[in-house]
Design a protein around this ligand. Structure first.
Ligand code: GDP
Length: 215
């Protein structure tokens, strides 16, 4: 009997062994000094950070979606223990650091200034491998996102941009919005959906490159 051979996925060899919430750090002293690199997630409130963290954990519920905003904290840390993926076989770990969201649905410039105050303390931590800036694929051109992108370029960190909730867009809106985002933010955004799983393999590839190839 003939059987179709499944096409191997690019991250076929990447396996999430464990994913767990570590701590809600209120200051840099509260960050565990365990040598595990951090990849920081930055974005507006409701952009989909919690959903993305849960999707990266293969839909285990680590992060509470739409949790009360505005609580004073530096970062919620989630630790992922992973086997293989880009860089070859072997066990590695990363902390995803969920920084406070800036602004609300149409958040303005003040809210980015507020985040900056908190985040700049976090960015004094020397174990940060990179930053992922999340923007909502449905709303290109928000002042707060453009301001945040400009601010991130001043930090001298490797930064990638992810466009969330692409499942909510038609083909044509998606193409148009991704182009608009690239023009406004000065960099192409990786399309992503925590609902359909689109983009998760690419994001894992990115996280592996950042975390495993630290100097
Ligand atoms: P956070 O404030 O950035 O942590 O955002 P959440 O993860 O709490 O998401 C905010 C809202 O957007 C929730 O109602 C989620 O269910 C929804 N959401 C998040 N990601 C996606 C996605 O990829 N697709 C769709 N359709 N909804 C999403």
């Amino acid at each position: 009997m003939w059987r179709a051979t499944p096409r191997p996925s690019r991250t076929e060899s990447l396996k999430v062994i464990d994913a767990r919430f570590v701590t809600s750090a209120v200051d840099v002293a509260g960050i565990p000094r365990d040598g595990v690199p951090h990849v920081a997630l930055v974005g507006r409130s409701n952009v989909g950070k919690s959903s993305l963290i849960n999707a990266l954990a293969r839909n285990r519920t680590l992060a509470r979606t739409s949790a009360a905003a505005g609580k004073t904290r530096l970062a919620n840390l989630y630790r992922f223990d992973v086997e293989g993926g880009p860089g070859g076989p072997g066990r590695w770990s990363v902390h995803l650091a969920d920084l406070p969201g800036y602004g609300y649905a149409r958040g303005g410039r003040e809210s980015v200034a507020e985040l900056r105050g908190i985040a700049e303390r976090y960015f004094t931590y020397d174990g940060i491998a990179g930053v992922i800036h999340l923007v909502d694929a449905r709303h290109p051109g928000l002042d707060s996102d453009v301001d945040a992108a400009e601010w991130l370029t001043t930090l001298n960190m490797t930064t990638a941009t992810v466009a969330t909730k692409v499942d909510k867009l038609s083909r044509s809106d998606r193409t148009r919005n991704l182009k608009a985002l690239e023009r406004q933010l000065g960099t192409a955004a990786l399309p992503m959906s925590a609902v359909s799983g689109e983009g998760l393999d690419d994001l894992w590839t990115l996280i592996a490159r950042l975390s495993r190839h630290r100097p």
